[in-house]
Design a protein. Structure first.
Length: 212
């Protein structure tokens, strides 16, 4: 159970959100980003680890996802933020970043300021189940990769899995994650376990409904 101060900060956030709704709609439409920093700073008053995404909703015209930024310990706070969200016409509020309708491409900037663009359409994956499907280790295999350090590879792997599976599923069901290039495969037997990345969500869903 969260303390009263945290609950109060959640109410302050949603009051601010409603008071600035016109500008936030422009942000969701991508036409005005003036409140981009403000949303983050207000959420971090609740907890410094929180993040967010805003844009078109899956069921409503607009949507905001309150994110624990991959941290399991923040799920309770995220769920509380969603629970205390007011009903706003044309808006949906979700806890954790949901799966995306996307083109399997991501772009980000690494610690050195370099822009890295990845196309995962031809990637494959291998998944190992533990505890009768309680969680899974996932290895992503790309035909080739640009120069990236370990942190950049980790960021890319989790960003791609979040986009495919949704952040909550990744937090709750995925253990170790690794991103490698095909040239780094040292065991030829590993090839037989690889599947196209596009079927990962269906594969995991099947395993969850048909445990070992």
């Amino acid at each position: 159970m969260l303390n009263n101060m945290t609950i109060e900060r959640i109410h302050v956030f949603w009051n601010w959100f409603q008071s600035n709704l016109k500008e936030i709609i422009l942000l969701a439409n991508g036409t005005n980003r003036s409140l981009e920093l403000d949303i983050g700073s207000h959420l971090k008053q609740i907890d410094p680890g929180l993040g967010w995404e805003i844009g078109p909703g899956r069921k409503q015209k607009y949507g905001i996802a309150v994110s624990p930024n991959g941290t399991r310990d923040l799920l309770k706070i995220v769920d509380c933020v969603v629970e205390h969200a007011p009903t706003i016409p044309d808006w949906e509020v979700v806890g954790c970043k949901p799966p995306k309708m996307w083109d399997f491409r991501i772009q980000f900037r690494n610690r050195r300021g370099q822009e890295i663009a990845l196309d995962a359409n031809d990637w494959k994956y291998s998944m190992i189940s533990y505890g009768k499907g309680e969680f899974y280790d996932i290895t992503l295999v790309a035909p080739n990769l640009p120069p990236m350090d370990i942190k950049a590879r980790g960021y890319a792997a989790y960003a791609i899995l979040d986009s495919i599976l949704g952040e909550r599923t990744v937090i709750e069901r995925v253990g170790k994650v690794k991103l490698i290039s095909a040239s780094e495969l040292t065991d030829t037997r590993f090839d037989k376990t690889l599947s196209a990345l596009q079927v990962l969500a269906k594969h995991l869903s099947f395993l969850q409904t048909h445990p070992e």
